[in-house]
Design a protein around this ligand. Structure first.
Ligand code: B3K
Ligand code: ZN
Length: 891
């Protein structure tokens, strides 16, 4: 394993490449133990730079020959680079031959084997593990690829672009030759050689062009491809309708592979997907899985324009494609969801994810700007900050220029940069230039601090109503906390969407001082100073401010609202996001009171009544109700406390409140169970998914309440559902209800579940994950997880399986993981080291579970530090994991 001491790469050191590679002709003779790669390039010196040696990247390759213009060349290999000097002036032909060993590639980067087939993953720096190349995103070439392999073992041979030819070869082999007409960086190269089948469909785009869409899977999985195909068709139609971006290829392929480090990969015309984001049928996949597939299929497809047609100049610009594409997939899912309330549900889910992962990242040792300044291992920067906060930055731009303005900006972006490798600045400039009179254009340089400043801005809002003058003065303040290397922050440009609600719940017409008349009931105030005051006039009575509607900026807001105001917003706000937010605040207050005081203090009727009113509401969406009735997560509560965190106590507080709510709303949950079940066959649409979510929440509450009281009826019903539910959402919901109540029937239910799905890898992942996230009780979850690492179905080699058990425990079950006997941390350190030896990308993700160790209470904090130090002391650690633990320990 390579040693983790790679030098820091800095954004400010960017230099254009000394050479360009115009075309690449690759031939692969595929063999798991020794694959031969013949790489013929046409290369040209970059005339803008002084003459210098050509340095091609290569890692773990056996080099067998180098030819320049058909003649053997002199070369040397140093620091994972093939170095050539005294090259011809002008264009020349360079041929490199090497071999690599796909079956030993457990890092799953480059060319590797999985389930007997060959697959590739090249982003960010996997191509250099296939052949020598200028492996950087600003070198774009036209690829022709010939694949040769055993015809029986690998009947399907795929690469990017269009199939030119295929045929038989001697010795039972066959070949296929592919050509991709679009110049692309090496990270978008892909090949697949495997025994697969495909679902295919021809579609006609709006412009009349025909396209062939294909989804490739293993033979037994064809019945799980309908939803992925449907999602792909919807994605093609959406991008054309919303942004005028049409599919530019005759053929677009998705291939599912079960060993994959992340979700999916947008290789030009040949997207590779983790099976988790392709395979679904009602029996094996939950509503959440169906929604995940739709959004990831959309995401990868949208990259075809935002990422592939226009790519990143360097890896520091990663958010140029990722932030923008996440924004696009989020908008796609919202548009697919339909009405306002289903859209709000999607927004709430996205914000919940942002707060649970990105905000802690911004507050922890890996805090970095959306456009990072330095990295040791680029794979560590595929983060929530680059992706999700990056999407929020794009969303704020769209908010500042309006929907039409944003569409104009996108059009200008493509006019200017199609076919280029560009920067985040280029993107922001295009959006601003297309909207010269907008707030974005007026403050573009300041707005771009969102790209350069790390950390989550804090916004404080205080309002004052003056009855005599009928004015309402809103004071907004902002500040940022120091992050590594950035002790001081300058003010951000923060769009604050807002409205004013009166005590009876009416929206007040808004008129700012100096305006002739009121207009509308919602505004976007632009906060750009450290402190600003907004005076509303003609306000007839003291209002409740509803601020940051729809979460219009990724900030932590202290709105200082009292309980009465929060109850008003929960009952009446026209903005569903802020209604939900009010319930979260009310829940948080009560959770914090328990963490700090009596664990079992009584739950007030005002809160219970307000939740009941939402639950029984005649028109609110069931999915929205479910979100409102869900208490803030333990992780979120820990972040609000911020120091001396005791995960056990937070867990106990939340459990006590969950039990109280289950009791107080018992009859309401029975009503949900009896009247709110979706009718008809299973469909994963937002409305019936919401119904199932609410009904499963009801079952969970009823099982919990019954278990506390020693009643067996509801646990029995849940057990029955595990046995005979008609779909996975209900089956998994019932099993997790039993696990979260620590019901006696949980164990037999788990056994049933396993027996039913022992041949479905993705369902087994759920089986492991549910046990790792079960309700902590006397250390039993931890013991169970340790025992499960010995289960015959468990393996660390498959990233999905490893994550389903380990990541679920480390990240999503804080009370089970953070033990005063430090056994959780010892286990964590052992697993990180074990995985790092063969898959550094996976290991460094596991390592990040300890990011927030400094916020823990003693003795956890010291024990955590010791465990991290133990990992850091290993001399053989990879760059990836080294970077994470070094940051974690830095002062
Ligand atoms: N672009 C890929 C991520 C590649 C991660 C490399 N470590 C998937 C995506 O964002 O669409
Ligand atoms: Zn992406």
């Amino acid at each position: 394993m390579r040693e983790g001491n790679a030098p820091l790469v800095r954004r400010e050191d960017y230099l254009a490449p000394a050479y360009w590679i115009k075309t690449v002709d690759l031939t692969f003779d595929l063999d798991p133990a020794k694959t031969l790669v013949i790489n013929k390039m046409t290369v040209e010196r970059n005339a803008d730079l002084p003459e210098q040696p050509l340095r091609l990247n290569g890692e773990k390759l056996n080099l067998t020959r180098v030819m320049v213009n058909g003649e053997p060349a002199t070369f040397r290999v140093e620091d994972d680079c093939l170095v050539l000097e005294n090259l011809p002036a002008g264009e020349f032909a360079l041929e490199v031959r090497n071999t690599c060993c796909p079956e030993k590639n457990l890092e799953l980067s480059g060319l590797y084997t999985s389930g007997g087939g060959f697959f590739t993953q090249c982003e960010a720096q996997g191509f250099r593990r296939i052949t020598y190349f200028l492996d950087r995103p600003d070198v774009m070439a036209v690829y022709t690829v010939t694949l040769k392999g055993n015809a029986k073992k690998y009947p399907v041979l795929l690469s990017n672009g269009n199939l030119l030819e295929q045929g038989e070869l001697p010795e039972g082999k066959h070949f296929a030759k592919w050509h991709d007409p679009f110049p692309k960086p090496s990270y978008l190269f892909a090949l697949v050689a495997a025994d697969l089948v495909c679902r295919e469909q021809k579609i006609k785009a709006r412009n009349g062009r025909e396209h062939l869409l294909q989804v490739y899977v293993r033979a037994g999985d064809l019945d799980k491809t309908e939803h992925a195909m449907r999602s792909l068709i919807a994605s093609v139609a959406w991008d054309e309708a919303r942004f005028g971006l049409a599919l530019d290829l005759e053929r677009f392929m998705i291939v599912a592979v079960s060993d994959f480090n992340m979700g999916a990969m947008e290789n030009k015309g040949l997207n590779l997907f983790n099976t988790k984001y392709v395979l679904a049928n009602p029996a094996t996949a939950t509503d959440v899985d169906f929604a995940g597939i739709e959004s990831v299929v959309g995401h990868e497809y949208f990259h075809n324009w935002t990422g592939n047609r226009i790519t990143c100049r360097d890896w520091f610009q990663l958010s140029l494609k990722e932030g923008l594409t996440v924004y696009r997939d989020q908008e796609f899912s919202m548009d697919m969801a339909g009405d306002a309330s289903a859209r709000a549900v999607k927004r709430i889910e996205d914000v919940r994810g942002l707060r649970q992962v990105q905000f802690p990242e911004d507050a922890g040792p890996m805090a970095h700007p959306v456009r990072p300044d330095a990295y040791q291992a680029i794979d560590n920067f595929y983060t929530a900050t680059v992706y999700e906060k990056g999407a929020e930055v794009v969303r704020m731009m769209a908010k500042l220029v309006g929907r039409e303005g944003f569409a104009r900006g996108m059009t200008l972006y493509f006019q200017r940069h199609d076919g280029q490798a560009v920067t985040c600045d280029d993107f922001a400039q295009a959006i601003a230039d297309a909207n010269p009179h907008s707030e974005l254009s007026a403050r573009l340089e300041q707005f771009k601090r969102w790209y350069s400043q790390a950390g989550t801005p804090r916004v404080t809002a205080r309002g004052h109503y003056d009855l005599a003058s009928q004015t309402y003065t809103l004071e907004l303040l902002q500040h940022g906390l120091p992050t590594a290397g950035q002790p001081n922050k300058a003010p951000w440009v923060i769009p604050v969407a807002m409205g004013l609600v009166d005590a009876a719940g009416h929206q007040i017409a808004l008129q700012l001082e100096g305006e002739a008349q009121p207009s509308g009931t919602e505004r976007v105030l632009v906060l750009h100073e450290a402190q600003q005051r907004f005076v509303f006039v003609n306000v007839p009575a003291a209002p409740v401010p509803s601020l940051l509607r729809g979460f219009s900026a990724p900030v932590v807001l202290d709105d200082g609202l009292d309980e009465a105001a929060l109850f008003t917003l929960l009952a009446h706000d026209s903005d569903p996001f802020n209604r939900w937010e009010a319930a979260q605040q009310l829940g948080l207050h009560r959770l914090l009171a328990r963490v700090r005081g009596e664990l079992d203090q009584p739950l007030d009727e005002a809160f219970v009544g307000a939740l009941r009113a939402v639950l029984r509401h005649a028109t609110l969406d069931p999915a929205f109700k479910e979100l409102v009735l869900t208490l803030p997560s333990e992780g979120y509560v820990a972040e609000q406390i911020g120091h001396d965190v005791d995960p056990q106590r937070i867990h106990a507080a939340r459990e006590s409140m969950r039990r109280q709510l289950a009791r107080a709303l018992h009859d309401d949950w029975v009503w949900v169970w009896e009247t709110q079940q979706p009718s008809g066959g299973y469909r994963p649409d937002p409305y019936s998914s919401g119904q199932r979510a609410l009904v499963n929440h009801a079952l969970s509450a009823l099982v919990l309440d019954a278990t506390v009281r020693g009643d067996t009826v509801w646990p029995g019903r849940a057990y029955q559902r595990v046995k005979d539910a008609g779909n996975m959402t209900d089956r998994a919901g019932a099993l997790s209800a039993l696990l979260h109540a620590n019901a006696e029937l949980a164990q037999p239910a788990l056994e049933r579940f396993h027996a039913l799905f022992k041949d479905e890898p993705l369902v087994l992942d759920k089986w492991f994950a549910m046990q790792a996230t079960a309700c902590e009780h006397n250390g039993r979850v931890f013991e169970r997880v340790k025992a499960l690492t010995q289960h015959p179905d468990f393996t660390l080699r498959n990233p999905n399986r490893a994550r389903s058990l380990l990541m679920m425990l480390f990240m999503w079950n804080p009370a089970a993981f953070h033990r005063t006997d430090a056994a959780g941390y010892v286990f964590w350190a052992d697993k990180v080291v074990e995985v790092d030896a063969f898959n550094p990308q996976l290991a460094s993700r596991l390592a990040r579970a300890m990011d927030r160790w400094r916020t823990l209470a003693e003795p956890l904090r010291s024990a955590a530090r010791e465990a991290i130090a133990r990992v850091a002391a290993r001399p053989e650690l990879s760059d990836d994991t080294r970077e994470i633990v070094t940051h974690a320990l830095a002062d």
